[in-house]
Design a protein around this ligand. Structure first.
Ligand code: HEM
Length: 450
């Protein structure tokens, strides 16, 4: 039961607000119903709880310690910039089971910072910009196959583009192994998203069971990754290569020892999966939003064809505001209770910063349901009011890369086609356990430009 306790107070200081032991009020339904609601009606459920309990409320999900959902920028700032020893992002993350225990998303504190430093360079600065031409070519090859003049789903085509782009960035030259990965990775993602949050279903009950299928696909992927690792180590030109694999096989820990094969494998898996699903979802949401907002579509088309990028950048930002593709940036309380928003949250409590709530707060964004990229040209929201990439020392390492890739693909799409406006109803938020994508596949109708 929650008990109010006075906080420590410095002599002479103004009395501070009382702190409540335990969790804030929150969703009261049985845990199983909350878990189903979270998976199948995530947005309506979050919005209802937010309307009732405000910017901080609790939830219970099967297989997890208590969850606290926050959407106030001050609470988000405190959480995302907290001492990484007090709030972990990796410990207990369900992603560890899918990506591997050494995944950047599953580790914390010093080891996390060291691995992050190794992985960051290819996703920033000049090195990253140098990929834009290759990505435009990858987009063109895919768009050559598009059915024009009738509605088509864009999510799978966008996934093919972003997967090929990240594979090329990670491994360099495109060869037969990458073709095998292009076939296997979507299959593994498909089955993993079905069971990643269902810990009780993570049992190998044979090749037909979801987890059994996942493990067998993962073994096939591992065999390819270890083969590519060997090849990279034997490559006489390794020192001149700039792909991520070449950096990883040459990287060392603080004590000078090389990264182990398993560590490298887990980071490769992380980047292959984290690095393509989200960007594909964002591209597909952009098609969905643009076709329902003809004025924005016309303005974007003109500006892209005139070779400008400011409005395109604003469309990227606004798409991720109105349709953030990652549902929560999660931290878990370590070692001792953690004080947040007037509550002392017990050890292990998960704190989830929720962009889909924050981005729709009318005090932070005027007319938040309106798709209006201009808002990002008029002023930049604060780092903690706008959180599609999370924040602090765990902020997404691929944020700049995703923008560059989004721009390269949209430029080719709008240069080659006229996207047709539609008055169809908006597509629902489709939830794939962790990420959102357009519920009907991001349908667009493309007419080739004469
Ligand atoms: C629009 C596209 C993307 C979105 C919306 C997105 C979103 C996010 C979010 C919300 C987080 C968690 C941040 C936190 O907990 O504070 C994250 C982490 C991460 N993302 Fe992305 N991401 C995108 C693209 C990418 C790409 C292209 C890569 C390619 C490498 C990538 C790799 C990662 C990695 C490795 C992490 C873990 C960072 C860490 O824990 O230090 N993401 N991303």
């Amino acid at each position: 039961m929650a008990v109010e306790t006075p906080t420590k107070q410095a002599a002479g200081a103004a009395p501070s607000a009382p702190v409540t032991e335990g969790l804030p009020p929150g969703v009261r339904m049985p845990q199983s119903i909350q878990s189903i609601g979270f998976l199948v009606r995530n947005i309506p459920m979050m919005r209802r709880a937010h309307a009732k309990y405000g910017d901080m409320f609790s939830m219970k999900l099967l297989g997890f310690p208590d969850f606290v959902i926050i959407s106030d920028p001050d609470l988000i700032k405190q959480t995302l910039t907290a001492d990484p020893k007090r709030l972990h992002a990796g410990t207990g993350s369900p992603l560890g089971a899918v990506l591997g225990a050494n995944s950047l998303l599953a580790i914390d504190e010093d080891i996390h910072l060291r691995q992050r430093r190794i992985l960051l360079p290819p996703f920033h600065g000049e090195r990253m910009q140098s990929y834009a031409g290759a990505f435009a070519q990858i987009a063109d090859e895919e768009m050559d196959t598009w059915t024009t003049g009738e509605p088509m789903r864009t999510i799978e085509p966008m996934q093919r583009i972003t997967l090929r782009a990240i594979l090329q960035t990670i491994f360099g030259a495109h060869d037969e192994s990458l073709e095998q990965l292009e076939d296997l990775v979507p299959k593994v993602v498909d089955v993993a998203t079905k069971v990643v949050l269902l810990r009780f279903a993570q049992k190998d009950l044979g090749p037909r069971s979801p987890w059994g299928r996942f493990l067998r696909l993962r073994d096939q992927i591992d065999a390819i990754l270890y083969g590519l690792m060997d090849e990279a180590r034997r490559d006489p030109d390794l020192a001149d290569r700039t792909d991520v694999m070449s950096l990883l096989v040459q990287a060392t820990h603080e004590d000078g020892t090389a990264m182990s094969d398993v560590e490298i494998r887990d980071q490769l898996m992380t980047m292959m999966i984290a690095g393509h699903e989200t960007t594909a979802g964002t591209l597909s949401w952009a098609v969905e939003r643009l076709s329902r907002n003809p004025e924005v579509l016309a303005k974007l088309t003109d500006s892209v064809r005139a070779g400008e990028t400011d409005y395109l950048n604003a469309v990227f930002d606004e798409t991720l505001r109105i349709r953030p593709t990652v549902s929560l940036a999660v931290r878990s309380v370590q070692k001792e209770p953690y004080e947040l928003g007037g509550y002392r949250l017990p050890v292990e409590t998960r704190i989830g910063s929720n962009p889909a709530l924050t981005h729709f707060d009318p005090n932070l964004f005027d007319n938040p349901t309106e798709f209006r990229p201009e808002r990002f040209l008029e002023s930049r929201p604060s780092n903690y009011a706008y959180i599609p990439f999370g924040g602090g020392v765990r902020r997404c390492i691929g944020a700049a890369f995703a923008r560059m890739e989004f721009n390269a693909v949209m430029e080719r799409m709008l240069d080659r086609f006229d996207l047709q406006p539609t008055d169809a109803r908006f597509e629902p938020w489709g939830f794939r356990s962790i990420t959102f994508a357009p519920g009907n596949g991001g349908i667009g109708t493309f007419i080739p430009r004469s």
